[in-house]
Write a protein that binds this ligand. Sequence first.
Ligand SMILES: [Zn+2]
Length: 422
Amino acid sequence: MISININIDGLPVHKSSKFQLWPILCNVHEFPYLQALPIGIFYGKSKPTDVNEFLTPFVDEIIPCLENGIVVNDHTISIKLRCFICDSPARAFVKGVVNFNGKDGCLKCTINGEYSYLSRTVVFPSLHCPLRTDAIFRRKGYGKHHTTQESPLQRIPGLDMIKDFVVADPLHLLELGVMKRLLTGWQVGNLGYTGKFSSHHIQRLSAAIESIKLPKEKFIEEFIRIYGEQYITSNIHNLEHIVGDVNQFGSLYTISAYPFESYLFQIKNLVRQGNNCLEQVVNRMLERNAIHERGDKMSENITPKIIRRGSYVRCEIKNEFMISNSFKDAWFLTKNLEIVKMIDATTDCNGGITLHGCPVQNYSNFFELPIRSSCLYIFLVKLFLKSGKTYNINDITCKFVAVPYTQNTIVLLPLLHTICAG
Ligand SMILES: [Zn+2]
């Protein structure tokens, strides 16, 4: 049995037009290191307006998968739909309810928001309102909470229209939501309370944040006391519902939009020009799949080899891992913690490869907080080299990406897929 998380979000493709891609993505809860997968992509002049048109193909496809499982290599795998992870506007749209900033906008409880003339938004200052239930939702018992569009998601068997839509996604609710609002509020002075922070304040605050402990309960009550009811927006109110989501699904990590957000970014990068955006995305995806399939076959029997062109020397170590004597591809870390710039490579009489390189004289941490950067194989390096030595390719811990920093220094960052364990 595997359980899948579904993500639905809009993605503007150009700064200058309103065209948007709306991918429906999934990932597998049991395999958190697998990249998200596309289920379907909508493309249009605006966000999709008709939830039925947008979601019906998905619902029609997923119902048989949930009922019968899917067959992979002759094994039938049962599938469970775990939850929907979306940002607030997308959540409201796919559920067929009013927007998050409407008075009846809370997805989890029956709180009635009120308009604040001070902050010119709808605010939600009450606490402990009765929770919504799937049964009442399905019979449209929540009045103005429902829009005229009934979501086809209601046809999915076993889906809880309240509990299975998380609001506690830490990306949108915490980091980009409440935390960002507080930090900009303190810095710019638009949280009413203090006025603007000086740079001295910001430095002290930064030091304080580094030693911070997680806030306990009563955050919302304290928030009202400090800043006033006019700032209890939908995001602050939703903090009250984090506990419910975590009780239902476990760690916040597992209901996070981060894995989807990075995939959305990749999709956006597949669009190279203004026309036929959807076709571009689909073609690039198909090409990438084809390359991966071919790469899997090729990497099975790749042996290290040296390629020379004039003064250029490249050593191919394994699939998608090569170093060369050109400045950007020359840097590697050894198991003895030497940082080395490759100069040359030769084959010895047994057919093994010897690398010739110059270790740097001097390197240090690029940053010390919150942890020393060297723990992450990130270094600040002065461009003074010792005399040349030889290395075996098995001495390499990882290859670096070199980023120019000052005139005589560079910062080296590890290329993650080249890190060799042990
Ligand atoms: Zn609520």
